[in-house]
Design a binder for this molecule. Structure first.
Ligand SMILES: [Zn+2]
Length: 230
């Protein structure tokens, strides 16, 4: 290929990436789906009060996320309440401040190429992450529902759900999250101690399914008493 042809091809590719990066459609679609998911999770008791936060990748280059703004009641979320942030958690679209935990969402998206990140504060994850903190995590094994996790084909799969110490210093916590993901890239989620669950997926649908599966399994563990002997 001639040099000028290659240059023109690169320019064209940069222009289309730029257009994709500021695609209103992708942001609107993500915000609409995230609002629906949030209301569903609220109804299940997984994001009571203003707890929890959700995000989805709108574009990769440049990196842009649709994310919940802080302090919202998740039972009445609307697409207009979502913000678009860049790779430094700076707001590039919408009014409000992003969730304090946006840095954790960015870390997960960067380290695992996730397409969506969902964070819940259920009773079950709060109980288990407290009672198992001394073990550094919880092993989920032998349950049919494990097959709802991406790539898992058998109930015999052993899923390790790490528990990280909670913190209000999000930059420090994002570093610890990154280290955990780099050490264990095949995990499907982690818990913050006495705080809640983080999980993700290549798509929003997959991330939502992972919340449903992991919340189900944590509830089973607590209700069955298996958590006491684990
Ligand atoms: Zn939280």
């Amino acid at each position: 290929m001639k040099e000028n042809e290659r240059t023109s091809e690169l320019k064209q590719s940069r222009r289309s990436t730029k257009r994709a990066g500021f695609n209103r459609g992708a942001f609107g679609e993500a915000a609409t789906k995230l609002a629906e998911i949030g209301k569903g999770f609220f109804a299940r008791g997984w994001v009571s009060g203003t707890s929890g936060n959700f995000s989805a990748v709108v574009s990769r280059e440049p990196l842009r996320l649709a994310v919940t703004s802080t302090g919202l009641d998740k039972g009445s979320l609307t697409p207009a309440q979502f913000l678009e942030i860049d790779d430094a958690a700076k707001v590039v679209r919408g009014d409000g401040r992003p969730s304090a935990e946006a840095l954790l969402h960015l870390a997960i998206v960067r380290d695992l190429d996730a397409g969506a990140v969902l964070h819940t504060h259920s009773v079950w994850s709060t109980v288990l992450s407290g009672s198992h903190a001394r073990h550094g995590g919880i092993a989920l094994e032998g349950y049919e529902m494990l097959k709802g996790l991406a790539g898992v084909r058998s109930h015999q799969h052993r899923e390790w759900l790490p528990i990280l110490e909670n913190s209000q210093d999000m930059a420090e916590l994002a570093d610890r999250v990154s280290r955990t993901l780099q050490q264990s890239p095949s995990i499907h989620g982690f818990l913050l101690k006495e705080h809640g669950l983080y999980t993700w997926g290549v798509s929003l649908d997959e991330a939502k399914r992972h919340v449903e599966i992991l919340e189900f399994l944590m509830e089973v563990l607590v209700r069955s008493g298996a958590a006491h002997s684990a």
